[in-house]
Ligand binder design. Sequence first.
Ligand code: SF4
Ligand code: MG
Length: 347
Amino acid sequence: GKAFLEVNDLQVRFPTDDGLVRAVNGMNFSLQPGETLGIVGESGSGKSVTSLAIMGLHKGSRAQVEGEIWLDGNELVSMRVEEMRRLRGSKVAMIFQDPLSAMHPFYRIGDQLTEAYLVHNDVSKAAAKTRAIDLLERVGIPSPASRFYDYPHQFSGGMRQRAMIAMALMCDPRLLIADEPTTALDVTVQAQILDLMNDLQKEFNSAIIIITHDLGVVAQMAEKLVVMYGGRVVESGTVRDIFYRPEHPYTWGLLSSIPRITGGGDRLKSIKGSPPSLINLPTGCPFHPRCDYRDKVPGDACVTDVPELLQVGAAGQSPADAAGHLARCHIDSAERKRIFAEQIKPS
Ligand code: SF4
Ligand code: MG
């Protein structure tokens, strides 16, 4: 049978004045209720476009979407706009980085919470209000019954983020997509919001996709991880696999740029160079202009051939552990394990 959410060979392109943007070039993943998937990558890696496609927010635009997105037995890529709109109010909800972009500045918080709920459910205004106040309380807004009448600017940044989570939960979504949900917040509030999302997930058994450039957020939230680069998945697997046995040079770079995972505060470094243009993707492996390990691959393969996303070699792992750990690099898996152990792993 199909997983609750299944994305099969998703491709997203959109025309611009500068050329065709190849934002997502073949993406696959699956997710079950109660699971959290992290999608990481730099800006322009295709991670946000993936979420917009799942939400159906490209529909009616000039974006070209191919592949399949199955959610609870419904195929979303071919779904009509009207049907998709219904689904967005019930089964899927999204949390954005900037709550102000999702909220109307001139409407009271309470009205914004109840509006979509009233459209999608046959309930009284009083019942909707009760539910909204209850959710505001659950996400930790003090005096929710009076805060219900506040405007967004009367809330602090952290409180707006909580209110947006409450707004997303109004319709009991089975899938929650959070795009950089805590990036704008200070570290303490960020940790509180992530805790809150974890608690709510346990209570509602929702599936969560968390899109971020911050592997610390992934460590706190997710069990599964997809690493994107140049609109492609370059590595995917469990968070454990990817944090402790990463097999892609780009992932190595990401991991060594966060001291709390490599364990040495002095080792903080960022990946040299900048992300590729999605209009003019490099030939071959899209990471090749920034990769330090091309000399490990014979000939010109890194520059001429796109590596396939393949199961990593199972040496030293039980087949169960190896299942689902994939990487896209021409270096042979055993050699990648050796390089990681000898040159990259924190000692
Ligand atoms: Fe680096 Fe080549 Fe592997 Fe790409 S395929 S990550 S360029 S070694
Ligand atoms: Mg979780």
